[in-house]
Every structure is written in structure tokens, then in C-alpha cells.
Design a protein around this ligand. Structure first.
Ligand code: PRP
Length: 215
């Protein structure tokens, strides 16, 4: 039995697609379902797939509640879970950026020695990026709708994901710098990798499916 953690939300459809290309068959479609756990098979191997919050996938895999999962490089860089990252799936491509309202962006990025207030879900990455530039960041942790923070005085800048740029534009924010290029990775529990032969075969099947997709 292999246990697989799949992120719900915008990564669900592309994740299911790449797993199906690798040969995963689920008894029912998780899209539109309120169920959290789905039985299936990968060739003759029984699989249980969990559809969970993207942020929780690394926790499931690190702690061995799932043998493998799909997680964005943003979450892996922020949380540094002890998991293997054998395959870049090439899905969920976006960027983690620093952005600010036009008036603040016009003045340029803060100089070394300055202090900034930054709203973000990515507190570790934001703090580290500014610290590497000699800037002390006071970080306001938010869980979503981060683009609202400058308009309501929570912070002068934000660090958040950008895909099309539509959310930044709609909220009057300008991109100032890229912190990280993001795509989703297959992640694997290290102990399961050593003990479950079917897991190794599934990982290689996913890798092959990705190569064929991008060939
Ligand atoms: C994500 C991200 C940005 C937006 C970027 O938010 O945090 O807000 O998408 O996409 P765009 O550049 O194509 O506009 P999400 O929709 O996941 O909601 P959230 O604010 O609750 O995180």
C-alpha cells in the first residue's frame, strides 16, 4: 500500500493529471468531492490518496502519514521539511516576489541599515531575503489576501506569490524583486524510500511521465 498526499486548490487538477499520466487510477474523481481520502491503484499496487491543504502536504510526508506527495518549492524553502525532492513536476509555476504600492516602489528597495514592515505567509523567506541585504524586516504573518496589507496600513511591502500578476495589478502593487522561482515537486518520505520498493518504481514512473510531457 502506498499513501499519497495531493494538494487541493489550484494544484489539484494538474497534480491529478501528472499522476494519471504516471499510471495512477483512482476509484472516484476527487475534484468536486468533499471526501478527503480516495482508494486507487498504481498498476497492481493499492494506493490511498489524501486530498489536503497544500501547506499540510510536507507535514504528512515528513511524518510518514503519506509516503509521497506534491508540494510547491515555496513551501519547501519556507518550512525545510526533511523529505526527498526527486522530481520537479513543472506544474504550479509562479514566483515569490517583493511588491509595494507605486509610491513606495518608486523610491527603490530599502538600503542596508533600513527597517521595513512586510506582510507575508512566508515569514522565514521574507526575513532571510531582507537580512541578506542588510535590511531588518518586521514581518506581519498573514494567511491569505496579503495584497490588501499595504492599503490598510499593516505593512508597506508584501512578499507573496505571483502567477499572472493580476492580483498585484488589481490592488495597485508593483513587483520590486523576485525572491524565488517556484514550481511543484514530488516529495518523498526518506524512510519509506528505503523500505518500499513500489514507491521507488512509482517515483521513476512520475519522472518518466514528466519527461514525456515536456519532450
Ligand atoms: C495566490 C497568491 C496571490 C495570487 C497570485 O493567492 O497568494 O494572491 O494567487 O496569482 P496571480 O498573479 O495570477 O493573480 P490565492 O488565490 O491562492 O489566495 P490567497 O490570497 O488566499 O493565498
Amino acid at each position: 500500500m502506498l499513501r499519497l498526499a495531493i494538494p487541493k486548490g489550484r494544484l489539484l487538477a494538474p497534480s491529478l493529471q501528472v499522476l494519471a499520466q504516471a499510471g495512477l487510477v483512482l476509484a472516484e474523481d476527487p475534484q468536486g468531492s468533499r471526501k478527503l481520502s480516495f482508494a486507487g491503484t498504481w498498476h497492481e499496487v493499492p494506493v490511498q490518496a489524501f486530498v489536503i491543504r497544500a501547506q499540510d502536504v510536507p507535514v504528512f510526508v515528513e511524518r510518514g502519514a503519506a509516503d509521497l506527495g506534491i508540494a510547491g518549492r515555496d513551501l519547501l524553502a519556507e518550512g525545510r521539511p526533511r523529505v526527498f525532492e526527486p522530481v520537479d513536476l513543472g506544474i504550479g509555476r509562479c514566483r515569490l516576489v517583493v511588491a509595494a504600492p507605486e509610491k513606495i516602489a518608486q523610491r527603490g528597495l530599502p538600503a542596508p541599515g533600513a527597517r521595513v514592515r512586510v506582510a507575508t505567509k512566508y515569514t522565514n523567506l521574507a526575513r532571510a531575503w531582507f537580512a541578506a541585504r542588510g535590511v531588518e524586516a518586521e514581518v506581519v504573518k498573514l494567511y491569505g489576501s496579503v495584497e490588501l496589507a499595504p492599503a490598510v496600513g499593516l505593512a508597506e511591502r508584501i512578499v507573496d506569490l505571483v502567477e499572472t500578476g493580476g492580483t498585484l495589478r488589481a490592488n495597485g502593487l508593483i513587483e520590486e524583486a523576485t525572491i524565488l522561482e517556484v514550481s511543484s515537486r514530488l516529495i518523498v518520505n526518506p524512510a519509506a524510500w528505503r523500505t518500499k520498493e513500489a514507491l521507488v518504481r512509482l517515483v521513476f514512473a512520475v519522472q518518466r511521465a514528466c519527461k514525456e510531457e515536456h519532450a
